[in-house]
Each structure stands twice: as C-alpha cells, then as structure tokens.
Design a binder for this molecule. Structure first.
Ligand SMILES: Nc1ncnc2c1ncn2[C@@H]1O[C@H](COP(=O)(O)OP(=O)(O)OP(=O)(O)O)[C@@H](O)[C@H]1O
Ligand SMILES: [Mg+2]
Length: 412
C-alpha cells in the first residue's frame, strides 16, 4: 500500500489554515487540520509582519501535525491580494509539418505568454491553457497529433508582485517548511467547491474572506477571469465598530452572533445588547441597525463584483450562477443578496471531499486550504504521469513532454 502526504497551507488575512491530505492507493482523504489566527500578520491578503505570520504558520502546522499524527515538511500555499492580475491572451503559429507536435504546443503557449508584458517586479504564477484552435476549429484540449496549418491557443495568465510572493516563501521557510508550489487562492478554491458541470457551463466563484474577496470565473472547464477585491469581512467588522461605537472584538462577536443581511431578518423586531467602550454602560439597539450596516457594505461589495463580472464580458456567461465560500459567506442572507444583486442563482460552496474529516470540512472558510491539497494532488499526479512518459520517450523530447503536460495539468 502506498501512502503519501499533501499539505495545503492557506495563509489568510484572518487565519492560517493547514490541511493535511493523505493519498492511499490513489484515494485522497483529509486527515488533519490546524488553524491559528493571523493576528495582524497580513493585511488585505498580503504579508505585512513576518514574525507574526511565521508564528501563526507554526501554530497551525503543529496543530495539523498532531491531528494527522505526521511530520509536515513541505506545503502548497496560496496567494491573493490586490497585486494579482489576470490577463487573457492569445497565441498563433504555423504548424510546420502539418501535424501538431509537443514542440509546437510549447511554441504557441510561449507566443501567447509573450503577448503579455510582465515587468521585472512581477512573476507569472499560472499559465492556464483554456483551449487550442486548429484552422479555426475551437474547443480543442489536447492538439498533439492533429493535422492542420494554423495552431492558436487561448490562455489565462496570472501574475503577482514578486515581493508579495517572496514574503510568502520567506514566512513559510522561516516556519521550517519547504514550498512545493504557490497557487492563486481563487483558482484552488474552485477545485474544492465547484462541480465539473458548473465549471463546464460557466460559474462565478466568490470567496468572501476577511481581507479580500476573490472572484474567479470558470467556463468550458477553464479559468476565464480572475480578480481580487480588497474589501471583505474585516471591513464589515470595522463598519460595525464605528457605526455602533464598540470595540473591534465586540463588533466581530456581534457580527458572528447576530449579524445578517436585511433579507434574513425575522418579522419580529429583535433588540441586541452592545457592550460599551471604556467602561461605559451597555446599550440596546434594534438588530435591524446591525443588519443595515452589514447589508450596506455587502451591497457595495457586490456592486464591485458585478462590475468585474461585466468586465469579464459576454464571452464568459456564468450560466450555472454563483458559488460563494470563505468565512464571510456564513453571513445569513448573503446567498439571497447575491441572487438579487447579481441576478444569478447562488449557493454556498462547501469543500467537496470524499473521505476523512468530512465534518471539519463542512465549513466554507476551509475551501482554499482543501483546494490547495487538491491542487497539489493534481500536480503530483501529473508529474508522475509525465515522468512515466519521459521514461518511454527518451532524450530531450521526453523532457519537453514533461513541460507540455504541466500546462495540461493547469487546465482546470
Ligand atoms: N459565522 C460567521 N458570520 C459572519 N462572518 C463570519 C463568520 N465566520 C467567519 N466570519 C468572517 O469571515 C472572515 C474570515 O473568513 P476567511 O477565514 O475565509 O478569511 P481568510 O482566508 O483568513 O482571509 P482572506 O481570504 O481574505 O485573506 C472574517 O471577517 C470573519 O469575521
Ligand atoms: Mg481566504
């Protein structure tokens, strides 16, 4: 029996979450999880304090190790933040001997990459091939061996600020861990919560986190558009603290206990108690006041999301609707508000894992952590397949196959 560990480390604005996946006889189970508050180590998805972040990573990883009864040495981690940019690009080449070879696949993908200028302070983190076209025929996923004259490819290229990536690697290394790979949080989140049908038909994935809300549009089984909006749960907590004149801690507790959108308020006028600041007496307010503050911020955020979906354009209709995840997706009434504002059917996305700690996984805040495990698993399966191929196809042609197969693995 073969056994292998794959660990996802989600370094979020409010919490670090380590998820341990165990592959036994090709079956992936989630066998451990650990979380620790980030406690100011990140702001809006970006590391702003190395030591605090390192401590949170160590704590989350130790907890996950204890639960899984294992030692964690390397992790797949995610990146988010307003510095992330997604570009759709297009490459064209002439097929030399009228039959597509792996070399031509590499060339056409390179030509699409060259169309996007990447400044020296940024790095490409994903080159996601959406489809190939041969002599105008679209929808081709694997063109090798097909006859034609003109080979085109459509790719989605995701770039990130080098400094932000370096800081993630630095924190992870300082916590004693190697980084096996870094992925866009919105992309891996999709691996955890979306069904194949949704990804094929077209779906908008919205990860309502603490510091950022990540939008990823999938269609035709590929990522078509991505955006990171630096407004999320922390802004709501802040609004509550300011609006109701209470501390951030009390505001957070009030939000979790009584917070909801206006559409989720019952008919009865409920009142809630607000702890006073600096020893002042507590006050009673109508729960509606709290809901109004939350509703206002979420409506504004959904307005920004609607603009992004509009920017993605009619080429990528989201026929399957929207899927919401992240800790803030637990706010009662958000699903309905998304439906009403974006005019799309919506559902909450829970991590779709088959075995292991399914109870722990029934929380949309763990979607990115689970997604990182699934992403790591897919990459490892892909590289195992390409080394088998390399074995069969000796020499440089074999190595090329390995690289080409890597793009196919990136096609989600
Ligand atoms: N039951 C709940 N009701 C309302 N909000 C909640 C609830 N549980 C968690 N949240 C909010 O979810 C947010 C954290 O979500 P999540 O854990 O997905 O964020 P993160 O991954 O740490 O941050 P990010 O992805 O933005 O970097 C916080 O703002 C928190 O207040
Ligand atoms: Mg998150």
């Amino acid at each position: 029996m073969t056994q292998e560990l794959i660990v996802g480390l989600d370094i979020g604005t409010t919490k670090v979450c380590a998820v341990v996946g165990e592959v036994r006889d090709q079956q992936l189970d989630i066998v451990g999880i650990g979380t620790a508050p980030t406690a100011g180590g990140l702001r809006k998805g970006v590391v702003v304090n190395i030591d605090t972040t390192v401590r949170a990573i160590r704590k989350a990883v130790e907890e996950a190790e204890t639960m899984a009864g294992c030692e964690i040495r390397s992790v797949y981690t995610g990146v988010a933040g307003a510095h992330i940019q997604g570009h759709n690009s297009h490459g064209v080449i002439v097929i030399k001997d009228r039959e597509v070879t792996p070399l031509e696949v590499e060339r056409v993908v390179e030509s699409a990459k060259l169309m996007v200028s990447v400044p020296s302070d940024r790095a490409v983190i994903h080159t996601l091939v959406q489809e190939f076209l041969i002599d105008g025929q679209d929808g081709i996923k694997d063109p090798v061996g097909i006859h034609g004259v003109r080979l085109e490819c459509r790719v989605h290229i995701v770039t990130a600020a080098l400094n932000a990536l370096n800081n993630i690697v630095k924190c992870t290394n300082k916590a004693g861990l190697e980084v096996s790979g870094i992925a866009l949080q919105g992309l891996v989140c999709g691996e955890a919560v979306l069904t194949e049908e949704e990804k094929a038909l077209g779906v908008a994935l919205l990860d309502f986190g603490g510091g950022t809300t990540d939008l990823a549009i999938f269609a035709g089984n590929s990522l078509r558009y991505s955006a990171v909006i630096p407004v999320a749960g922390n802004n709501i907590t802040n609004d509550i603290a300011v609006g109701l004149q209470t501390s951030l801690n009390h505001a957070e507790a009030l939000k979790r206990e009584y917070g909801c959108c206006l559409n989720a308020l019952g008919a009865q006028e409920e009142t809630i108690e607000i702890p006073g600041l600096g020893g002042r007496r507590p006050r009673s307010i109508a729960r509606r006041e709290l809901a109004e503050i939350i509703h206002l911020r979420l409506s504004e955020l959904l307005g920004l999301i609607a603009k992004e979906i509009h920017r993605a354009g009619p080429a990528h209709p989201v026929l399957a609707g929207a899927v919401i995840c992240g800790g803030s997706s637990l706010i009662p009434g958000l699903e309905q508000l998304v439906e009403d504002t974006l005019n799309l059917p919506a559902r909450v996305g829970y991590p779709l894992v088959t075995g292991g700690l399914t109870d722990v996984m029934r929380d949309p805040a763990y979607a990115t952590g689970v997604g990182l495990v699934l992403y790591g698993h897919r990459l490892q399966q892909g590289s195992a397949a390409s080394s088998r191929l390399r074995g069969r196809r000796a020499g440089s042609r074999g190595n090329l196959w390995g690289r080409v197969k890597k793009w196919f693995q990136e096609v989600v």
